[in-house]
Design a protein around this ligand. Structure first.
Ligand code: NCD
Length: 304
C-alpha cells in the first residue's frame, strides 16, 4: 500500500491515486468473485462495530464484509444507550476497553471529531463510520468507486451535490475526495442555510438553490436527505425538509447519461417513480459498499 493507513478517519488521508486505486482494485476483485472464493484473510481476527447513531447499510455491510473474510464480529448497535456510555463513560475509556477485545473498531459517533478522539487513544485501527456532521470516508470511497464504474475518467464531470450539504457527512467526505483526486466541477445545490462549507471544497464550487435550473448540466446527481437529527427545532426542519424532490418529471430534464446517486436512507427526496430509470444507481451504490469495505478491512487489518 503506497500510503500506510492505520486509522481511516477522513478522506483527506486519500491524496494519492495509487492508494485509492489499490483499494478499488481489491474491491473489484471481491465483486467479481463468488462468495465461496472469498479469501479468509481476516481469519482469527475480531472486528468491533461500535455505533452511537442508527445505521443499516454501513453497519451491516461492515459486519458482512468482516464475516466474508473470516473475521468474527462483536457489536453494539445502540452504544449511546446500551453501552457504558449511558452510565457516563467517556469515548476514550470505551475505546481503551474495546482495544483489548478486538483487532479493529468500526465507530459511528454522534459528534464531529469522535473518530479522531478514538484514534488518538487506540492501539488498534479505528475506522470512521460517520462522526456526527463531520465525515464518512468509507461512504465517499464507495461513492467514488461507483462513479468510476459508470464514468471511469471522472475528470471533467459536473457533479451536483444536492440537499443538506451543511450537516451531511457523506457530501463532506465526497467533495474532499473528489477535490483531492480529480479535476471536476462541483455544484452545491442547497438552500442557503444548508450550503457546503468552503473547507470541504478547497478548489471552489458553484452554488445553486434550484435543482430544476441546473439538473440539465449535471453528470452526477448526488441526492441527500435533510439531516433531521441535526436541527435544533422541528419547525426549522419542517421548513426545509421538502426543499428538493427528484421525480420522474424532473428526470426528463437530466442528461441521458447522467447517474443518480444517494447514500440512503431516502425520506422523500427521490420519488419511487425514479427507481426504474436506468440512470438511478443508488441501490447498486449501496451494494458496492460491501466490496469496498471488504477491501478496506483487508487493507487496514488483513495485511498487517
Ligand atoms: C448516511 C449517513 O449515515 O451519513 N447513510 C449512510 O451511511 N449510507 C446518510 C444519511 O444518514 O443521510
Amino acid at each position: 500500500m503506497s500510503t500506510e493507513l492505520k486509522h481511516i478517519i477522513s478522506t483527506d488521508q486519500f491524496l494519492e491515486e495509487e492508494t485509492v486505486g489499490e483499494i478499488f482494485e481489491a474491491a473489484h476483485g471481491f465483486k467479481s468473485m463468488g462468495s465461496q472464493d472469498y479469501p479468509e484473510t481476516l481469519k482469527g481476527r475480531q472486528i468491533a462495530t461500535l455505533f452511537y447513531e442508527p445505521s443499516t447499510r454501513t453497519r451491516l455491510s461492515f459486519e458482512s464484509a468482516a464475516g466474508w473474510l473470516g473475521a468474527s464480529v462483536i457489536s453494539t448497535e445502540n452504544a449511546g444507550t446500551f453501552s457504558s456510555a449511558a452510565k457516563g463513560e467517556t469515548l476514550e475509556d470505551t475505546i481503551r476497553t474495546v482495544e483489548g477485545y478486538a483487532s479493529a473498531v468500526v465507530l459511528r459517533y454522534h459528534e464531529e471529531g469522535g473518530a479522531q478522539r478514538a484514534a488518538d487513544v487506540s492501539g488498534i485501527p479505528v475506522i470512521n463510520a460517520g462522526d456526527g456532521p463531520g465525515e464518512h470516508p468509507t461512504q465517499a470511497l464507495l461513492d467514488l468507486f461507483t462513479i468510476r464504474e459508470h464514468r471511469p475518467e471522472v475528470d471533467g464531470l459536473k457533479i451536483g451535490l444536492v440537499g443538506d450539504l451543511k450537516n451531511g457527512r457523506t457530501v463532506h467526505s465526497l467533495a474532499q475526495l473528489l477535490g483531492n483526486l480529480h479535476e471536476v466541477e462541483v455544484v452545491g445545490v442547497a438552500p442557503d442555510s444548508l450550503q457546503l462549507q468552503d473547507r470541504y471544497a478547497p478548489h471552489g464550487l458553484e452554488r445553486a438553490s434550484d435543482l430544476a435550473e441546473v439538473i440539465g448540466d449535471l453528470d452526477v446527481i448526488y441526492m441527500t436527505r435533510i439531516q433531521k437529527e441535526r436541527f435544533a427545532s422541528a419547525e426549522e426542519y419542517d421548513e426545509l425538509k421538502d426543499s428538493f424532490v427528484l421525480d420522474a418529471a424532473l428526470m426528463e430534464k437530466a442528461k441521458a447519461d447522467a447517474i443518480v446517486m444517494h447514500p440512503l436512507p431516502r425520506v422523500g427526496e427521490i420519488a419511487p417513480d425514479v427507481d426504474d430509470d436506468p440512470r438511478a444507481i443508488y441501490f447498486q451504490q449501496a451494494h458496492n459498499g460491501l466490496f469496498v469495505r471488504m477491501a478496506l478491512l483487508d487493507t487496514v487489518i488483513g495485511r498487517r
